[in-house]
Design a protein around this ligand. Structure first.
Ligand code: APR
Ligand code: PHB
Length: 391
């Protein structure tokens, strides 16, 4: 088998890349270890930056997103028993975010890929990369009981944090930057009307909590918990009681409750590898970096990477110009580190680490008040949250 670009992984990074290449007439094959049902059913984050929405729209995969996505012009920071609105749109010259589940984005991209007749294989196994330092690298894999070798000009490693592509780079060629957090998020999806029109990020002495949504009937909620928290210790009543306590306001507030449709624990990590490329292998999305979810950036950063990669591949095929491919990692990493900083800043401002000392708690409170009172500080949050056009 042959193609121009072999794409390993059918998450947002791999699927968006396949779509962008398809629009430029560049051939690709997407390989995914999981089944289509699994990939489409996996509940993940759900905030799209304006630039992500624009890119999906230009790529012709945003019809349902335009109909069903919920456009938000602001968000709330809640602390000290009070809510404070950050007017994202007013602070950023009219930009907004759109709430639309990651798995809905993935469903739309898969449907578009298949209806365009593009190659996309689910449930492959034993995926291995070969000769990534040559000009004709290969991906070996098994599918439907048969062994295959896919020769290509470039491999896009879009296989997420636990994938195999990053490990195909010799360890001596990589620098890893990593930070683990002493907490995680317990997330639920509930059949309940959202309790507020906008997202609420709450810093409460009992820990962080987040109110988000998927549709006018489905709420997405998170609460700070221990890393590796046992879901068995969290019956529904305990989850709701804890959420109610953390979203409390002095003038009174009740979260709408409902049947819990999905639940899970999300670990929190910051991670970057440099460089994001080796020979003809290019890492994109979670394969190269992880951000803690407090800034809602994971999917947006994955899309930003593949936008750069598609542009570099198109220069390569159009003019034989390899310079943009050579500069791929450097160009991506500027945004990666901006987003790493923003995500770790939001995480530090909003969570209560175990054993937080009282001095630290006062600093955190002062920082939150400053963000809500100073236009300059609020603008810093807003422009990063809606997504910087240029980094
Ligand atoms: N071969 C093929 N596919 C693989 C392999 C492999 N060896 N290993 C993993 N995969 C698949 C996974 O099953 C998954 O579908 O690669 C895909 C990677 O997708 P994501 O993990 O969604 O990563 P990415 O596309 O970079 O998107 C980043 O996803 O994790 C969230 O919050 C994160 O929103 C961010 C976004
Ligand atoms: C979500 O809706 O799942 C969500 C929203 C904001 C975040 C993280 C997740 O910061």
């Amino acid at each position: 088998m042959e193609t121009q670009v072999a794409i390993v992984g059918a998450g947002p990074a791999g699927l968006v890349l396949a779509r962008l290449l398809e629009r430029q007439g560049i051939d690709s094959v997407v390989l995914e270890v999981r089944s289509r049902e699994y990939v489409e059913g996996r509940v993940r984050a759900g905030v799209l930056e304006q630039r992500t929405v624009d890119l999906l729209t230009e790529a012709g995969v945003a019809d349902r997103l335009q109909r069903e996505g919920m456009v938000h012009a602001g968000l709330e920071l809640r602390f000290g028993g009070r809510g404070h609105r950050i007017d994202l749109s007013e602070l950023t010259g009219g930009r907004t975010i759109t709430v639309y589940g990651q798995q809905e984005v993935v469903k739309d991209l898969i449907a578009a890929r298949l209806s365009a007749g593009g190659a996309l294989r689910f449930a492959v196994s034993d995926v291995e990369l070969a000769e990534v330092e040559s000009e004709r690298p290969a991906v070996r894999f098994r599918h439907d009981g048969e062994a295959h070798e896919l020769r290509c000009d470039a491999i896009a490693g879009c296989d997420g944090f636990h994938g195999i592509c990053r490990a195909a780079i010799p360890p001596g060629a990589l620098t890893v930057y990593e930070r683990e957090y002493p907490f995680a998020w317990l997330g639920i999806l509930a059949r309940a009307r959202p309790s507020s029109e906008e997202l609420i990020y709450a810093n409460h002495p009992r820990g962080f909590a987040l109110h988000s949504m998927r549709t006018p009937e489905v709420t997405r909620l998170y609460l700070q918990c221990e890393p590796g928290e046992d879901l068995g210790a969290w019956p529904d009543e305990r989850i709701w009681a804890e959420l109610q306590a953390r979203f409390e306001l002095t003038e009174g507030f009740r979260l709408n409750e409902g049947e819990i449709l999905d639940r899970g624990v999300t670990p929190m990590r910051s991670f970057v590898v440099e460089p994001m490329q080796h020979g003809r292998l290019f890492l994109a999305g979670d394969a190269a970096h992880i951000v803690p979810p407090t800034g809602a950036k994971g999917l947006n950063l994955a899309v930003a990477d593949v936008e750069v990669l598609a542009d570099a591949l198109s220069a390569f095929y159009r003019d034989g110009d390899e310079r943009r491919l050579a500069g791929y990692s450097e160009r991506c990493l500027r945004r990666v580190w901006r987003v790493q900083h923003f995500s770790s800043w939001m995480t530090a401002m909003l969570h209560r680490p175990p054993g937080q000392d009282p001095f630290e708690a006062q600093l955190q409170h002062s920082q939150l008040e400053y963000v809500c009172r100073s236009r300059a500080a609020a603008t810093t949050l807003a422009e990063n949250y809606v997504g910087l056009a240029e980094v």
